[in-house]
Ligand binder design. Sequence first.
Ligand SMILES: *Cc1c(COP(=O)(O)O)cnc(C)c1O
Length: 487
Amino acid sequence: MDASLRGRLDALEHASSPLDPDPDRRDRLRAAVHASSEQFLRSIESGRAFVEDDDGGDALHRWPITEDGIPLETVLNAWEEGVVRPGGHPASGAHLAYITGGGLYHSALADYLAAVSNKYTGVAFTGPGPVRLENMLIRWVADLVGYPKDAGGYIASGGSIANLTAIVAARDAYELSGAEYGSAVVYLTDQAHHCIEKALRIAGLGEAVVRRVGLDERYRMRPDDLARAIAADRARGLRPWLIAATAGTTDTGAVDPLDEIAEIARREECWFHVDAAYGGFFLLTEEGRRILAGIERSDSVVLDPHKSLFMPWGSGIVVVRDVRNLITSHAGTGDYLQDTLDGLDEISPADVSPELTKHFRAARMWFPLVLLGTRPFRAALEEKLLLARYFHREVQRLGFDVSPEPDLSTVTFRWAPTGMDPEESDEVNRVINDAVRSDGRVFLSSTVLDGRYTLRVAPLSFRTHRRTLDLTLDILDEKRREVSPGL
Ligand SMILES: *Cc1c(COP(=O)(O)O)cnc(C)c1O
């Protein structure tokens, strides 16, 4: 090696050295990041659940990526101002909009450990520990659901991808050929999450017939209507294929009657999928087990740890009753992976999912569960079920109309006093919702039910407690009086 090459390598090593900070620098970095996260966590209860921001994070443009970087304090300032401050705060217990529950601190620390060690999670040969960990967690979820020992699955990035994976498995399990796509029928309700139809399109099944099964007065799938629709489709020469039930709809938290649907699916030889992205982990509670009874008879199921297991965003689980169905659709290999295939007793996530290299999501799920045990999770979930019932009762006392008692943790309600016409009431509820969001102390969301603008509250965070809902009731009463005084 000539001197100039050596000189150049030394110079490059030196120039790239900021990528590998020494212990002192690591201490400083960690202390500053830790201080920022502490400031956030210590103000989370008194802070806003929604910040209506004039620039919506636009301030971030003030800190472009440069050749030489910018000081640590400035970077953390950019983070706090541009990223954390504006918009919704899903880590807050007062974030009662949509379906939000996550941000466990233990999971954040596990993410840190996972990223520092950067263990490979895609295949068991190089990452035996992470793969075993993920499979243990999948087994834990399969047991929770009540699946047999042949069940398998993986931790995806969220419910949408998890549902997609299940639908692809269902497609291949029924050996549907392209020519049959147009006559394959999928059964779901208007309350099913839109990601199911999106998944059908992505899976190439955009031409499949989507049959909207009727709802009962609690927005649950009607088994009699399902059975009728299947019979009518058979008579037309179509091929009933997939029933996609929901265990906890996003709008109202309704749980379809899983046991009755399972019976129909078995009789009609349809694939029975349950989207329990929201409601799944309520299986940890006695009440949840009662409401979700029949889920164990499904062929595939989706549960989002970033909802009812309080993980940070980016974790959704799919489990399929017979893991071979996932392997059929997803196993693949390349010459460069030849060393990875021999003598393993663990199924690699890469063989049961569209992913190869992925985020080590098992760490953030395993760490809090193994450390704390299931008891605090069970308690927090039971608390959420009771909080929803509490809110359902109290919001009626304020004069709001409510939907029937919630199945899970979502309550829908609207201000519609006698004599107010429905159009006006839609407008009043919209104004109330906007006023609550501008106030920002709590964050609610809305939906449309039976054609009417409806407010909803969905306590799901481990940080949501009775005082949060009492505050919500006070704010609702205050805003309601502002827009509809004298009633
Ligand atoms: C949230 C949700 C989804 C979508 O899951 P993501 O994790 O947001 O991708 C699907 N189905 C139901 C019932 C949900 O609540």
